[in-house]
Design a protein around this ligand. Sequence first.
Ligand code: ADP
Ligand code: MG
Ligand code: ZN
Length: 629
Amino acid sequence: MDESRKKKLWLYVVYGLLALGIILSIQFAKPFQPSEISYSEFLNRLNAGEVSKVVITDTRIEGTMQTEEGEKNFVATRIPDTDIKDLVALLEERGVDFSGRVENTFWRDFLLTWVLPLGLIAFIWFFVFRRLARRVGGVSPMSFGQSKVKLYDRSVDRVTFGDVAGLDEAKEELQEIIDFLRHPLKYRNIGARIPKGVLLVGPPGTGKTLLARAVAGEADVPFFSISGSQFMEMFVGVGAARVRDLFEQAKAKAPCIVFIDEIDTIGKVRGGIMASGGTEEREQTLNQLLSEMDGFDPQTGVIILAATNRPEVLDPAILRPGRFDRQIMIDRPDIKGREEILKVHARRVKLGSDVDLKKIAARTPGFAGAELANVVNEAALLAARKNKKAVDQQEFEEAIDRVIGGLELKSRVMSERERRVVAFHEVGHALAASLLEHADPVHRITVIPRGIGSLGMTMQLPEEDRYIMTRPELEDRLGVLLAGRAAEEIVFGQVSTGAQNDLEKATILARKMVEDYGMSEKLGPVSLGLERGARLLLGEFSYGKEANYSEATAELIDREVKDIVTSNYERVKGLLASNRKALEGIAEILLEKETLEGDAFRELLMKLRERPEEEEKVDSAVSEVAENR
Ligand code: ADP
Ligand code: MG
Ligand code: ZN
């Protein structure tokens, strides 16, 4: 602060002196300047014999004349096209000492037409630009290359894990990094390799930025924060310089955290179809970032965190080992998480006695942390407007409606009926995954919307890596894919559009089984269709495969694909129907909790499962269906 004020003062002094100098020099030069007289007066003086000496140029007549105050210089404008011979004759007659001079106007013209206007433009540009730069974020033209890093003051803005509600998994993963930043020597001595970069991935407003700051707060190290768009601002070629500068600063302060927010703005896939001028700048910046990351030793104690809500556009080079090789998913909170977030933000407001944060959490599925913070704030504003002493439940209810009114959220807030459909659909997947022998176990089920288009999710974790799969394994995979739709049909008697993606995947898989894996008895162990690579070798470009079989075979393939899909659909539908009690029981609990971890799910299933002997029967019926195909 002080520094810049001093600089400003100096500038004023310099400007003042300059102006004074100009005024003084004009005043001082006055007496020596020739007085301007008219051509007629010049002729008069000449005729009166007062002119003693004359220099004639193209445009002027300069000379010395006799006045009452003594000799004086004068200038008069020479009237163009007057006959110079007449003038010369007159001068000779009067005995005036005269000479001619070719006027050299080069410097004057040059100054007037070039230097002055350019100087003016430069001057104006300089000022306008400084203004602009200051508004945009404080780069003066003198510091083009310096990165606009925000360094948080540790004592003032300290954020800790206590300010971040929920996100337990993410916190746990980051714990190791915090420990490394606290005791770098411990890790160095043992030779442990710590990840250089950690990428936080999740929808907007879920607390990625907050979490990154909390890591710095927990480790009590400096936190350099810059957002991807700031790298790109203003000038070509500066982005890369900023990256260099950022790493210089960080290395000097190690151990520390460098946080690159919205990394997708610089980290988009390089050399895309839409390559343009701006893209080139972005690529330079990205290349610089990647080479800086490759160049430094993680033992220096600089950890790079980055955040994005669009991981799909990221250049794969960013995710390579030694760069952001660790990724942490940050999801929208479930009902429990939402209650915790509300609690954190409600610390700052006075709550009425009837406020039930649990109820508020139940009313806000699909909300992210930022929106919940917004709800609390809106409620407090409403209460203040009503001159209340505390925020009551009523204000919270109103605030929720207000926040839902925000356009983006609308698409994310499901109706109760939609939530039920999604819950049964997901439990259908999960049940099939548990009950089918070869399916991967359930890791987690949620009915919290993720991204666009996906309203819920069932995650499975494979127990081992598989390179080859048998036919029963593939069929069970098909069964799990189709189970969502089957559950909807069983419970609601109709199907929804929610299974579109499942059906697509199932059909692709079934077609592969027939065409590529030779798993259809009717077609036999043949590979059908030509590979795409072969097509490219022939110098042609075409998507999909070239049919290397007859029309009749094509029809048979279609029929076989349909057969495989339908028979597995029927199989899994039968399986779910015979476990309807579990299906409904678990769906209800999922609706209430929004998220079920794998273990909790399996426990519920154990409790709710139908009598085993009945199931035995179903299983044999199912295998019968399979054989009839
Ligand atoms: P992102 O970077 O993921 O878009 P932010 O970290 O900027 O989201 O979060 C915006 C605001 O939302 C935070 O400042 C905080 O007030 C609130 N918020 C988000 N997630 C949480 C959370 N888990 N706990 C507490 N507050 C949160
Ligand atoms: Mg953010
Ligand atoms: Zn599904």
